[in-house]
Design a protein around this ligand. Structure first.
Ligand code: ATP
Length: 485
């Protein structure tokens, strides 16, 4: 497992320096665990969304998309179990005033035990913790922390408060007059917008089970500890798909979506060894099976996507709370020749964090390369982002700012900019301009030089290999198009 703190810090600085990610409202010193995407970050994020959306909806005939509102009727969150269950146990160190999520505090202590070779003790500690969390035994959790002499990572003391439950949902007021206003929540997941629209989509789209509904949108969680850059944010985006199936078929569809989603990740060219599945032992209140797809981030293997077999928990509860039938009539025939009839569908969910996927792409792409030769020291920082996701596809660079070269370069820009994102630049030496394009992950650059005027060819430079070759101007578009489609 990699745990490369230095690389992680370098990535954070790179994201800021090259216009990918800025701390939110930075001129006021930022807002904890909230970030803004800059000029290249917003392009990369949009490309990741498009890649997911196309693979889910366009390439699966039985999946359609929706875009539900962030505000939802407050009863939604009663029915979904979030009002009662969407909380984490937390604890504060009285001396340092540092707040911890209890499971994170115990898990990092277990990691230390494991690093010291005390694997059995670490395992038994985690098993005890899982049982206590499942039983909401807060006194037991505090005793576990104290008995193991777990200390605060800042002050080093073990002077702890009691363990308390902390609901992660943000609430606000809907309505203009305070006395009449209703308390509502900012959605902590996009999934419920899909469940409450299940009947609308099924009926108007004449959808036949099995079918899926996909959605991309913002979610909000008041995370207790949020200090891993965009890995854990308080405002983030999810790309979720709920797949509605016949009860009893959940095992096979769960396995199907595990495979399908890993295939999607690998289609972006990431090595298989960087991924692993983590099956959940401790299941969420709605699930009968669940796993995470984990990626080997510079901060270690961590969850990027969850796949959950959610049973009929959500639809059944919405039926109960709304008093509206959430049923589907299945006229396919069973083994005895009778229609399956009415039932509440079961659901398999795939839920990926857009921001975590962004961090994954950047972490996987980031490289510092030593290019020194015997006579010259040289290096570069390059983002080897898959061309289909790269913020800019083609850098267009006239060698010099005279002799008619900018005019030819501008003409190429005009011919290509409708097809894909291009970036025109004529300032600084060509070497510096290549480095800037490398740093934002531009997979191709073309240079217009004096020979262009004679034979209508340009130099194309490939980001990853840094190889250069001469190609006719009229082939630029098709070469780039082929690589990004
Ligand atoms: P974690 O255990 O890391 O808190 P989770 O299991 O609560 O995550 P889910 O509720 O399954 O996460 O949400 C699905 C996906 O949404 C996660 O796999 C992750 O990619 C993303 N996600 C969840 N919480 C956050 C967050 N605070 N910031 C960024 N992305 C998040």
């Amino acid at each position: 497992m990699a745990n490369d703190h230095k690389k992680f810090q370098a990535i954070i600085s790179h994201c800021k320096e090259y216009g990918f990610i800025f701390p939110s409202s930075e001129i006021y010193d930022g807002l904890s665990a909230v970030y803004d995407y800059g000029q290249w970050g917003s392009e990369l994020k949009k490309n990741i969304k498009d890649y997911w959306w196309k693979s889910m909806t366009q390439l699966h005939e039985n999946i359609v998309g929706i875009d539900a509102a962030i505000f939802m009727h407050p009863t939604t969150w009663k029915a979904s179990g979030h009002v009662d269950n969407f909380s984490d146990p937390m604890i504060d160190n009285k001396d340092s005033k540092k707040r911890y999520r209890v499971d994170h505090l115990i898990e990092s202590f277990a990691d230390e035990l494991e690093a010291k070779g005390d694997t059995e003790k670490a395992k038994s500690l985690l098993e005890k913790m899982d049982k206590l969390i499942a039983a909401s035994d807060f006194n037991g959790l505090k005793e576990l922390i104290e008995n193991n002499k777990i200390r605060c990572s800042v002050g080093g003391t073990s002077n702890w408060t009691d363990v308390r439950q902390f609901n992660l949902m943000f609430s606000t007021q809907l309505g203009s007059v305070t006395e009449e206003a209703n308390e509502i929540y900012l959605r902590p997941e996009t999934a419920q917008g899909i469940f409450v629209n299940f009947l609308n989509v099924q009926k108007t789209g004449r959808m036949k089970i099995p079918f899926g509904i996909a959605q991309i949108g913002k979610a909000f969680r008041n995370e207790i500890v949020a200090r891993q850059f965009i890995f854990r944010m308080r405002e983030f985006e999810q790309m979720e798909m709920q797949f509605f199936i016949r009860p009893g078929t959940q095992k096979e569809w769960y396995e199907f979506w595990k495979k399908e989603r890993l295939k999607w990740h690998l289609s972006l060219g990431t090595e298989k060894e960087k991924y692993r599945f983590h099956d959940h032992v401790k299941l969420a209140h709605y699930a009968d099976a669940a796993c995470d797809i984990e990626y080997d981030f510079p901060i270690g293997f961590k969850e990027v996507e969850g796949i959950h077999s959610r049973t009929d928990f959500d639809l059944r509860n919405h039926q109960e709370y709304s008093k509206k039938k959430m049923q589907y009539f299945d006229n396919d025939l069973d083994a005895t020749g009778k229609p399956y009839g009415n039932y509440i569908p079961y659901v398999i969910e795939t839920s990926i964090g857009l921001d975590r996927m962004f961090l994954l792409i950047i972490s996987n792409a980031y490289a510092e390369e030593d290019l020194s030769t015997p006579d010259k020291q040289d290096s570069r920082t390059v983002l080897k982002i898959p061309p289909i996701l790269a913020p800019v596809k083609l850098g267009i660079l006239p060698l010099v700012r005279k002799d008619g070269l900018p005019e030819i370069a501008r003409q190429i820009m005009d011919d290509c900019k409708n097809a894909f994102r291009c970036f025109y630049e004529e300032k600084d030496t060509i070497g510096k301009r290549y480095r800037r394009m490398d740093a934002i992950g531009t997979p191709f650059c073309i240079t217009v030089d004096h020979q262009t005027k004679e034979d209508n060819t340009v130099t194309i430079r490939y980001r990853d290999s840094m190889k250069q070759e001469r190609i006719p101007i009229h082939t630029i578009k098709s070469i780039v198009d082929k690589q990004i489609s």
